[in-house]
Design a protein around this ligand. Structure first.
Ligand code: NAD
Length: 428
């Protein structure tokens, strides 16, 4: 999401520039990596349920595929912009690289609000998006996945359209599919669980016990719900959850004296991660302004909603008790806020490392599709934990050795690998 004063693409480029200078990258490599290699912008005409044609705008941006086929989700959002998609495509490249999976980075988007679309209309949008890019994506070139407000059903409609156009079965073309239709067990949980695997490792470094810790979370969608679930299973206490209220066009923070119950809130939330405020009140939750989640006296903050949520205007509201920020969302912290967080010595688990569980499991999904043999859930989650834990260890070791901020250390590892790949291919 982009606002007048915040442009996520500029943020992604400034983060890149900073580390490119630390790495002393050649000018050619720098120029190649600071922008996407390919972009597709197109319209998607859809006959709506009332018989009228409505034209939606769609994007696919492929940032870099030097390390393998480009990979990245497709987002439905009424405020989607091409600069958001560009930023997310860069972050995807760094994400696949930091966890060392053989994939590049891409991202897709459609400007639409599924709250106001029937399932038939959503299906037509998904099929229309594929028709526009069917020649430019595929299992060995660019592999999409779900993101904000998209799910397994959307992926299956897209796969079906792709297979109809190309005349074959290509289950490895798209990930995040429903289990039983080429999807992997554990994919739904993977991003949120991955956030907690990383958080668990960060707490170990800081000598803190998860059982004695407390967290405040922004978001209650796919990532936040599964992060909250595993965090509480491991013994942590959630003090507050904030989410978007579609009817009021505002965000609220929900808080309860003895802690938030994930199961309780799940029962009263919709498929977009919105919480029913009336039922929350009946269950004894206080409803406070959206940004209050930042001020909670917690050890941990988990932003797991959207970009630009911790910024210059609210970073000073972060409570003195906060020791760790585990970024579940993509780009939740602006560079200005990041400077202040760094100054305060808060341990940051950076987004493209912390939320890499989703793409790692998507990679496992592709591997399983290629073998046409599917693993048990325990096997998927054990492999996921191992991958996330070793990526964290490498970033933390570099940060300690070279006295780098965790975000910069993660970037150094991710960017060096991609820079090496473009050089080895002779691109720069
Ligand atoms: P989702 O659509 O399932 O949930 C989004 C949540 O954010 C909802 O609870 C919504 O109410 C809340 N929200 C939106 N705007 C808000 C605001 N201004 N204040 C408070 N809450 C707000 O999306 P998701 O899949 O959970 O993705 C969340 C974030 O994680 C995004 O940044 C996404 O790009 C990133 N991410 C997702 C995945 C994945 O596998 N789904 C993987 C990596 C990263």
């Amino acid at each position: 999401m982009q606002t007048d004063s915040y442009n996520p693409y500029q943020v992604a480029q400034s983060q890149f520039d900073k580390v490119a200078n630390i790495l002393e990258l050649d000018d050619g490599v720098k120029e190649l990596l600071r922008q996407p290699m390919r972009e597709y912008h197109f319209t998607i005409p859809v006959r709506m349920d009332d018989g009228k044609i409505k034209v939606f705008k769609g994007f696919r941006v492929q940032h870099n595929d030097a390390r393998g086929p480009a990979k990245g989700g497709i987002r439905f959002h009424p405020m989607e912009t091409v600069d958001t998609v560009r930023a997310l495509s860069l972050w995807m490249t760094w994400k696949c690289s930091v966890v060392d999976i053989p994939l590049g980075g891409a991202k897709g988007g459609i400007i639409c609000d599924p709250h106001h679309l029937s399932l038939r209309e959503q299906e037509q949008i998904c099929r229309g998006w594929i028709r526009q890019v069917a020649k430019n994506v595929g299992p060995v070139s660019d592999v999409p996945a779900p993101d904000v407000m998209t799910n397994g059903q959307h992926m299956l409609w897209m796969l079906d359209e792709f297979e109809t156009i190309h005349g074959g079965r290509y289950p490895g073309f798209i990930t995040g599919k429903p289990v039983g239709m080429g999807g992997s067990l554990g994919r739904t949980e993977a991003t949120g669980f991955g956030v907690i695997y990383i958080l668990r490792e960060a707490l170990k470094v800081l000598g803190l016990s998860i059982e004695k810790s407390s967290a405040s979370i922004q978001g209650f969608g796919n990532v936040a719900q599964h992060a909250a679930q595993l965090y509480t299973q491991m013994g942590g206490k959630i003090v507050a959850i904030s989410c978007w209220d579609h009817a009021d066009k505002a965000s609220y923070t929900y808080r309860k004296k003895d802690g938030v119950s994930v199961d309780e809130l799940r029962k009263i939330s919709d498929k977009f991660g919105g919480i029913d405020k009336k039922q929350a009140q009946e269950l004894g939750y206080e409803r406070l302004p959206g940004e209050v989640w930042l001020e909670q006296e917690a050890d941990i903050l988990i932003p797991a909603a959207m970009e630009n949520q911790i910024n210059a205007s609210n970073v000073n509201r972060i409570s003195k008790t906060v020791k760790v920020i585990a970024e579940g969302a993509n780009g939740p912290t602006t560079p200005e806020a990041d400077e202040e967080i760094k100054r305060r010595g808060i341990f940051v688990c950076p987004d493209f490392l912390t939320n890499a569980g989703g793409v790692t499991c998507s990679y496992f999904e592709q591997v399983q599709c290629n073998m046409n043999y599917f693993w048990e859930k325990d096997e998927v989650l054990t492999k996921l934990d191992a991958k996330m834990t070793s990526a964290f260890a490498a970033v933390n070791e570099l940060a300690t050795q070279r006295k780098l901020y965790m975000r910069d250390a993660a970037y150094v590892i991710a960017i060096s690998r991609v820079a090496e790949a473009v050089k080895q291919r002779g691109w720069a």
